[in-house]
Design a binder for this molecule. Sequence first.
Ligand SMILES: Nc1ncnc2c1ncn2[C@@H]1O[C@H](COP(=O)(O)OP(=O)(O)OP(=O)(O)O)[C@@H](O)[C@H]1O
Length: 601
Amino acid sequence: MNIKGYAQQSRLFYRSYALIFKSMPREAALLVVLMVLQGLLPALQTWLSKITLDVLFHLPTQNFEPLIWVLVWWGSSVLLGQVLEPWINYLVAHMNEHTTAFINQQLVRKAHGFQGLQPFENSVFYQDLEVLNRLSSSRPLNLLVATINWVRLLVTLTGLLFLVGTLVWWMPFLLVACSLPGVFKNTALRASGWKGLMSTRKEALEINYFRGLLTQESSAREIRIYNLGPHFEHRLMGAFQALQQVMGKERLKLAREPILTLLLSTAGGVFSFGYVLLLAASQKVTAGSIVVVVQALGQIQSLLDSFTIYHSLLKEHILYFEKLFYFLDFQEPLVLPQNPQHISGTLQEGIQFENVSFSYPDGRQILRDLTFTLKAGETVALVGENGAGKSTLIKLLCRFYDPTTGTIRVDGTDLRTLDVQDWRSRMGAVFQDFGKYHLSVQDNILLGDLQKQDLQGAEQAASKSGFKFEVLPQGLQTLLGKSFGGTELSGGQWQKLAIARAFYRNPQILILDEPTAAIDPKSEHDLYEQFAALAKGKTVLLVTHRLASVQMADRILVLKGGHLIEQGTHAELLHLGGEYATMFRLQAKYYQLAEEEAIGA
Ligand SMILES: Nc1ncnc2c1ncn2[C@@H]1O[C@H](COP(=O)(O)OP(=O)(O)OP(=O)(O)O)[C@@H](O)[C@H]1O
């Protein structure tokens, strides 16, 4: 590694510890102090052995005071060791919980802080996020524990090497030199292990996915009808096997490859031990000193091996933080304005699409040169075949993405210059994949505007959407969804609840992407009957395939292959006899025929 590399590594370590310290500064500082104390204990105890022997050999007759002091010191050091251990364990566990929570908070804050949806499109990015989430409860603790042991071993080693050095000055250098290749080798092997782990991100995602399919209620029905259990289980085990193969190879390397470096460090220890035995045989040193060196050498050898392992573990765990910081530093492609414009009051002119085209990050062009205006207070229906780009247009309107070319203007101001939160606070939406929150009915509605907490308003919104909460066991307080043992709703009931949430917000701009796809004909009819009242004063964009319900729109836009091919009122478009008229007549004919056939029969 060159100097730049070391500087980067040092910054990375500094930032990682800063993150851990930030989560619990006092506890972290206390832990460091306790660790250093604990690290000094073995050297202190070995030194006490020397003192004991030296005192014994030079003990004046009938004077036991030095022995009593030796006993007091020895007892204190043993007691300190015993007291320190549980406190260090307590602090490590305590800090681990906090650090895990803290890192999770950083991760989710970053993830929900993305204002656009593009980061979620990138599969590598998504896989990294999965690994970061999965390891967030182990890696920070591992870094902490490895650091603790690294520091403790370093302190112990320094103490013991110092003691050995007082007898033979070159011995510490020899011992360290013989262990260094092992340190480097293990570090390289751990880095390779991490690379292996990262190369199995796809398999890890597959494991999550197939395990989810096999264990969750949402997929239980199809799995049983099509007998998909064995098939998905096979794919799950395939992913496990692929993961085990890669990680097994890495583990084997870790067990097999350090043998030469271990031989070298053992040779250093044996040579040093032999030299001390020679010194002892020629009686050049005191008995106490020989005991010190013999004891210290025994410890140093195994400590150096452990130190090598912890050093390489540190390097391995730091790679987690490298990924974590990469994620935390990631700048989303959606560029937010430095000095955003804040808008107040109601929409005046409306929203203008000017030559808007859009391609997803995969490069496919979905919207092509769209120019139209959603006038303030107008209800516009957007229709077109599957994949025409209707939901994509909504995503641009919500500023989940920016147009690839062209501009969207709000009362003449470029949407990209507006404060995005401000803009979205004017909107209410029922998306195709609306949220089903496993909370109470009331909370599901109140989520539409957390500032309001208007219980009466929530009740009214539920009534307007046709959601009959009275039939549920605890009415508005009924807990929904299976996650926490609540009541499960039907698809249509969930959708009505999503509509209630949007109504509760009372937004200026209401976006409805197939809002009645799961709703029964009578409820749909009731909803559209009162739609004029509900939409009053709002700008509404409605996407639907049920053309009977678009008649109440002021204007209809027809999308085909990303082009805006027709626009006008229901009557105008029927008169035009184009795509809309064809689609409408097809649907109408289908119902008419079905009715005629039924009556005829
Ligand atoms: N996140 C995405 N990344 C890449 N392509 C996408 C993404 N989302 C949608 N598309 C593609 O964009 C095209 C338009 O999709 P969109 O959902 O806007 O259609 P739609 O008109 O709403 O269709 P539907 O009537 O079926 O809801 C489709 O071909 C789809 O494959």
